[in-house]
Every structure is written in structure tokens, then in C-alpha cells.
Design a binder for this molecule. Structure first.
Ligand SMILES: C[S@@+](CC[C@H](N)C(=O)[O-])C[C@H]1O[C@@H](n2cnc3c(N)ncnc32)[C@H](O)[C@@H]1O
Length: 287
């Protein structure tokens, strides 16, 4: 199975982005942590405190919300939210010789015990959606997600079983996957929701969010962008990726000094909610 790398909304921008297709579809996350960890992939860690605060605001004393993690891969956001773990700590776990030498089946058994052994400090339960069947199978079998959906909503509708699973979401989250997927995914998800979930998006600055904000606006959502802050995603893999990204951002009129100019991809934070809220430190995204 191949992950479709070029989303038509972002096709041109994606051309020089490094291709990670292979590590998304392994039976376990060892290559994911090794390859992305080698590029100091950080977004799940730096996003986590923000996600936690949004979830706390969303919960406000009620029942534990359900997060639908779109492009969840091997359940990384669930792991760093629920347990006292970081991406780097997990990378080091899988780099140990005995872990490198384990079969995938053994690794899944070890990981199920490993995650079960930590206190769950999460304020939410997670369900996941990803185009990668092995990643969803892993995340579910080791207990990181309660349920999972394998789907590419850029290409096709949700099945009725999948629609039932995603419809439980109180919050839709994405890190590191907008660019692979775009507005079509959000339109198809929003059409299925029982509640009106908040939408948390961490998006590389080179991927315009306007069309997704417009899709959400069509469902009655207001999108806000957190100004003055960006979130490091990872280092560039190649000189080409660096040069192309700087050109893309310059064409978008975005200043890269002190950000991508230092060799690091940066992501923006957007939150989309059904009703207008107080907007201190935030500006609305006009679509
Ligand atoms: C860089 S990973 C991000 C994973 C995780 N959110 C994180 O930050 O560590 C991108 C993920 O998007 C998934 N993906 C790519 N295209 C997709 C699509 N059309 N629908 C759902 N998931 C997709 C890939 O399989 C991969 O797991």
C-alpha cells in the first residue's frame, strides 16, 4: 500500500517536501521514530501543552472528551498526551538493540505492556484516522487509541461503520498531516458529526489554511489563528527542501527570518469552533 503524497490542494508546494511514504506503512513505528527522530521531529511534543489546554477548556468539568486524531499514524499524539512520554523518549526506546532486533509481533506485545504500565494522565480518549492500515492496526492493538478508521477522505466517502466511529468526536486534531490532506477531509468529517467538535490544527506555515477555514465556515465554524507564535515541526531533510520552502514562503509574503531561515520547519496553530468566542491574542482567519 502507498500513501498518496501529493494532495491536489497543495500539489505544487509539496513537490520539494521530503517523501516519507515508506515509514508510514510499516507494521510498527520503529522506522517512523528513527527517520523522523533523526530530523528532530518535535511537533507532537510542542503541540501537546496547547492541546491539553484546549481539551481542558472543552471539557470544563464534563465527561472525558473524545479526540479524533486525523493522520494519527502510530498514535503518537495519544502517547505523548496520555503518558509522561515524549517523541524523543520513544525514539530512544525503539533505538535500543533488543528493540531493533525484535519481530513486529513481539514489539506490539511489548508496547501494549509498556503503555499499559504508565499512569494515564490524559484528559481525553483518542480515536484515530489514517490512510495507513498498519499504523492504525498498531495504534489500536497497543491501546493508544480506542478505535481507528483507515480511510483517505480526499478520495472517497466514509463507510457507514467508519462514520459511526468518527461521529463520536468532541475534538478533531491534526499535527503534521495537512498538506497530505486538505479541505475534502474536513468537509467529509464535519458532515458526519453528532456533536459540533472543535478543530485543532497544527499546519506548516507553507500550507495555506484558507480553503480548510472556508470549508469549516460553511459548517458554521469560526477559525482563529494564534498570532506571534509558531511551533517547530522538524529540521529540513535536504538543502533542496530548505530552498524550496523558503521560496514558497517568500511567495506567500511570509518572513522566514529566525524561523525556517534557521533550518527548521515551523507550524501555525489554528482553532476552529462553532460559535464566536472571545478572541484575545487571536485573529480570525478570513476565508
Ligand atoms: C508526518 S505523519 C504525522 C503523524 C502524526 N500526526 C504526528 O504528528 O506524528 C503524516 C500522516 O498522515 C497520514 N496521511 C497521509 N495522507 C493521508 C490522508 N489522505 N488521509 C489520512 N491520513 C493521511 C500518513 O499516513 C501519516 O501517518
Amino acid at each position: 500500500m502507498r500513501v498518496r503524497i501529493v494532495n491536489q490542494d497543495y500539489g505544487q508546494i509539496n513537490t520539494a517536501k521530503a517523501n516519507f511514504d515508506e515509514i508510514y506503512v510499516m507494521d510498527d513505528p520503529r522506522s517512523y521514530y528513527s527517520v523522523l527522530g533523526g530530523l528532530d521531529y518535535l511537533i507532537p511534543d510542542v503541540a501537546e501543552p496547547v492541546i491539553r489546554q484546549v481539551l481542558a477548556a472543552k471539557t470544563s468539568g464534563g465527561k472525558r472528551p473524545i479526540v479524533l486524531d486525523v493522520g494519527c499514524s502510530y498514535g503518537i499524539n495519544a502517547a505523548v498526551h496520555r503518558f509522561p512520554l515524549t517523541f524523543d523518549k520513544l525514539r530512544r526506546r525503539y533505538a535500543r538493540r533488543e528493540m531493533v532486533e525484535s519481530s513486529s509481533d513481539d514489539l506490539l506485545r511489548l508496547d501494549a505492556n509498556y503503555f499499559a504500565a504508565w499512569p494515564d494522565r490524559g484528559v481525553a480518549g483518542f480515536i484515530g484516522l489514517d490512510v495507513s492500515e498498519p499504523a492504525i492496526r498498531y495504534a489500536k492493538s497497543v491501546g493508544l487509541i480506542l478505535d481507528g478508521v483507515v480511510a483517505d477522505l480526499e478520495e472517497s466517502e466514509l463507510s457507514s461503520d467508519a462514520a459511526r466511529i468518527v461521529s463520536r468526536a468532541d475534538v478533531i486534531l491534526s499535527t503534521g498531516c495537512i498538506g497530505y490532506l486538505g479541505e475534502a477531509t474536513f468537509r467529509r468529517l464535519l458532515a458526519q458529526m453528532k456533536r459540533r467538535p472543535w478543530v485543532i490544527s497544527f499546519v506548516l506555515r507553507m500550507f495555506p489554511f484558507d480553503r480548510i477555514a472556508q470549508a469549516l465556515s460553511d459548517f458554521g465554524y469560526v477559525t482563529e489563528h494564534l498570532d506571534g507564535v509558531s511551533f517547530i515541526q522538524r529540521r529540513f531533510r535536504t538543502r533542496d527542501e530548505f530552498d524550496h520552502t523558503l521560496q514558497t514562503l517568500a511567495a506567500l509574503g511570509k518572513d522566514t527570518q529566525g524561523l525556517e531561515g534557521e533550518g527548521l520547519y515551523h507550524a501555525d496553530f489554528y482553532i476552529s469552533r462553532p460559535a464566536p468566542k472571545k478572541r484575545r491574542n487571536c485573529r480570525s482567519v478570513s476565508s
